[in-house]
Design a protein around this ligand. Structure first.
Ligand SMILES: [Zn+2]
Length: 194
């Protein structure tokens, strides 16, 4: 369960970011652009100087599906490190998820390197993950965009591509935002009147 008002706050934040970037409420939002406006740097794991080659080997080749992106900070500057072995629709939503943690102000995970060179990630708790997921969904697909997609009759695959998300993410947002139900009610009342 989210704190009272959290979902409304997320929609507001999503609109605010578009306004700041001179975008319309229905426009797709590129996580790279959001990162830039927040002063957050983004790097592939293979671009991190000084990272033990054995750690890179583990992260990109031995166990590439176990992680997608992680945010680290030195207190002033946040850096998102993403899994450069992932391609396709996934990186955009992974990056937006990490940016959502930053926007909400969650304490970023710390990366510790043990003496034998292995990485330890102190991750966020369950509530923080749920909050970041919800905000990332709102940032990528706010209600205005969802209504626009439905009213234009855009094919799910085409809409997902435009907004940099998976079809599953689009369907999920249509359900949880209440947009699907809202349009069904409108259609039902139009039928009643005619
Ligand atoms: Zn997270």
């Amino acid at each position: 369960m989210f704190a009272r008002g959290f979902k409304t706050w997320c929609e507001t934040i999503s609109l605010q970011h578009r306004r700041t970037l001179k975008l319309r409420p229905i426009d797709p939002l590129d996580p790279q652009v959001v990162a830039k406006s927040l002063g957050v740097r983004i790097h592939g794991v293979d671009e991190i100087p000084g990272l033990d080659p054995r750690a890179i080997q583990t992260l990109l080749h031995d166990d590439p599906d176990s992680w997608s992106a992680v945010t680290i900070t030195n207190g002033r500057q946040s850096v998102i490190i993403f899994n450069s072995s992932h391609r396709g629709g996934r990186p955009a939503s992974d990056l937006m998820h990490e940016l959502a943690h930053v926007i909400i102000g969650h304490e970023p995970a710390r990366v510790d390197v043990t003496e034998d060179g292995s990485l330890i990630l102190n991750t966020y708790n369950r509530d923080q993950e749920d909050e970041a997921n919800w905000l990332a969904g709102c940032l990528l697909l706010p209600r205005d965009a969802l209504l626009w997609i439905k009213r234009q009759g855009l094919e799910p695959r085409e809409a997902a591509k435009q907004y940099g998300v998976s079809v599953a993410m689009l369907q999920y947002r249509l359900n949880v935002s209440g947009v699907e139900q809202q349009l069904q009610r409108t259609r039902a009342s139009v039928r009643k009147r005619t």
